[in-house]
Ligand binder design. Sequence first.
Ligand code: TXA
Ligand code: MG
Length: 322
Amino acid sequence: MPSTATRTLAPDANGIAQAAAILARGGLVALPTETVYGLGADARQGRAVARIFEAKGRPRFNPLIVHVDSAETARRYVAWPAQAEALATAFWPGPLTLVLPLRDDAGLSPLVTAGLDTLAIRVPAHPLARRLLAAFGGPVAAPSANPSGRISPTTAAHVLAGLSGRIEAVLDGGPCPVGVESTIVGLSGTPVLLRPGGLPAEAIEAALGTPLAAPGGDETAPDEAAPTAPGQLASHYAPAATLRLEAHAPRAGEVYLGFGSGACDLNLSDTGDLTEAAANLFGHLHQLDAGGARAIAVAPIPHHGLGRAINDRLARAAAPRG
Ligand code: TXA
Ligand code: MG
């Protein structure tokens, strides 16, 4: 594809105005959200959405999340059952994506949903994402701003490392506070946990008053044949190094990514705090990659709360590459 000079936009009124103008003319802007950086395009412009897939080298069948400024705006695009209202009231803006039936009059590019009759939608909490959505005034389709299959970006530098020359700009909002992608819940039937993420499933179940079904089964053993969300391929979030999980100590030649107290090369959280570990996860993998690590051993991480999302991403990073 033709090379584009990628600009870094400052997190101020001028940067936001420029980012909104780029989106309006069908360009691509990477924007900070509370979870990870997203690669944004106007969800109504087919050519702009197509450029997302081109820039990421992403398979066409993988549908995108649409970002809007409020639950009220979301209702223009999707059917809105009582459970959507309950979860939106409890958790939006925030790291929760709802998959709901797409409205016939939504007016979005069919590329956004990859031809499905449901739409993934969320209201992000990051102040810069919110200001950009307000300035742009339309729906923004945004997958994570990494080349397909690579680690998700949690800083503007990560975005540039993967996509410089392929997108118009990155709005620099510093490190993303949550650090793993949003939790995705399907609400077109029985509530389903499609992807564990930055909002613990336990909190969602408490708000719904019902357990979430888990179509993908055990998140520690992702299965190519039964992806938990379309396009959730087993090998994903991959660093260049191989990963060995649930490792109580490194073997010869491995660098050790720790969790909790104990000797290691880099620690996700030396106090054993899952929120801190989620925020550090992709940044630490990027750092070990940049340092030339060939083999990474990862300490055991508890499987509750945000640990579910962390273990899901680690399992995908460790999966055999296609
Ligand atoms: O935190 C996040 O969710 C970030 C930020 C940028 O918002 N975005 C993100 O997008 O993680 P992406 O494209 O990397 O992951 C979106 C996931 C994919 O696994 C996709 O298959 C799933 O959402 N998805 C999208 N539309 C769907 C639908 N209609 N039904 C089921 N899954 C869907
Ligand atoms: Mg992604």
